[in-house]
Design a protein around this ligand. Structure first.
Ligand code: PLP
Length: 391
């Protein structure tokens, strides 16, 4: 069966060039990068090279890049690391209601430990208002953590404004850039960020590897203890093949970013237009300040799970939101935060495009999608009752 992958926010396929770059580090180049001999030098050079590539993307220094196991570990280190290192200065953190669970759960943990956490609301478009950030600051605030772009609805936050507020108030600023790193430009200084999280499998690199940008001079503690790797912030032998692959993926993205972004955005705009022509379909998230690859729609009278399963039967992969909480019951915290009812949130799907998608695939998707929606609506008693012309 022909398969069409439209869930690139969950994960992206690893590029063949990335796999090729990783190969030697599974074979002959196997030394421990902390070893002093030739074999160690070979892999520590490879780590340094990948570190430089990532640093270049962010306009950062090499030593400001810490390699970790992915976005979740990066968010956890940013939050616990700054919270514990700055506990004597204050115990208040500002974040938003629509952060990924990798930010929200560490915040909830700290809350149970007696910290005060402000979860800022967002508007219907998913935007955090910088004025709300300013208002939430108190003498105890040590960290502001606001994501760059939301993984469900794609809204891009006004990071430069929020970052400036953090800087003026001498408060650390973390952003979860897992959905944007390598897709849209992000320079640490432009956004005034002190900490920035990224994850390789979201930009055509391997899974299980990512990192945290930590501005020089930021007070942060490790939360794992052991060796002195990664500037004493993350002990443990580094995942050399993974890091090499991530470096290669970042390097390739940097070269192709503009062209890729406009190609994907043009596919998205065309598809959004056709989807909005269908009765009872609405776009969620900001209309312009959104990720080039993200479409999140509410489809009245159709259950999202039924849509996903029926599309999957036809070989099309979409999702209803974050893959890592798909086992959770209940509507998405992001969709309810933007004001959708329980019913609307349970009728919403996320379509996220990637560099490999084509116009033909999307026109096939559109035909199948219309059929699926019509069939499901035909079976829905609520739709039958409320459809125009019914009694
Ligand atoms: N933050 C955001 C915004 C994400 O979308 C994800 C993954 O979906 C993560 C964090 C977690 O990243 P990882 O899967 O690398 O742990």
């Amino acid at each position: 069966m022909k398969r069409i992958y439209l869930d690139n926010a969950a994960s992206t396929p690893t590029r063949p060039e990335v796999i090729e770059a990783m190969q030697p580090y599974f074979k002959n180049c196997f030394g421990n990068p902390s070893s002093l001999h030739f074999f160690g030098k070979e892999t520590s050079n490879a780590l340094n090279d990948a570190r430089s590539k990532i640093a270049q993307m962010l306009g950062a220094r090499d030593e400001e890049i810490i390699f970790l196991s992915g976005g979740t570990e990066s968010d956890n280190l940013a939050i616990f690391g700054t919270a514990y290192a700055n506990r004597d200065k204050g115990r208040h953190i500002i974040t938003s209601k629509i952060e990924h669970s990798a930010v929200l759960e560490p915040c909830r943990f700290l809350e149970r430990e007696g910290w005060k956490i402000t979860y800022l609301p967002v508007g219907r478009d998913g935007m955090v208002d910088p004025a709300d950030v300013k208002e939430a600051i108190c003498n105890d605030t040590i960290l502001i953590s606001i994501m760059h772009a939301n993984n469900e609805i794609g809204t891009i936050q006004p990071l430069n404004e929020i970052g400036l507020i953090a800087k003026e108030n001498d408060i650390y600023f973390h952003t979860d850039a897992v959905q944007t790193f390598s897709h849209i430009p992000a320079k640490a200084d432009e956004y005034h960020v002190d900490l920035l999280s990224f994850s390789s499998h979201k930009f055509y690199g391997p899974k299980g590897v990512g990192g945290l940008y930590v501005r020089k001079g930021t007070a942060i503690s490790p939360y794992l203890y052991g060796g002195t790797q990664e500037f004493r912030l993350r002990p443990g032998t580094e995942n050399v093949p993974g890091i090499v692959g991530m470096g290669k993926a970042a390097q390739m993205s940097m070269l192709e970013m503009d062209a890729q972004r406009s190609y994907i955005a043009s596919l998205r705009d065309k598809l959004v237009k056709s989807l909005l022509d269908i009765d009872g379909v609405r776009l969620n998230g900001h209309s312009t300040q959104r990720l080039p690859n993200n479409i999140n729609i509410t489809v009245d009278y159709v259950d999202s799970e039924a849509m996903i399963i029926n599309l999957d039967f036809k070989g099309i992969a979409v999702s209803s939101g974050a893959a890592c909480v798909s086992a959770m019951k209940g509507p998405s915290h992001v969709l309810t935060a933007i004001g959708l009812s329980y019913e609307e949130a349970r009728s919403s799907i996320r379509i996220t495009l990637g560099r490999d998608n084509t116009e033909e695939e999307l026109s096939y998707f559109l035909d199948v999608f219309k059929d699926v929606v019509n069939n499901l609506r035909d079976m829905s008693p609520v739709f039958q009752e409320r459809r125009p012309g019914s009694r």
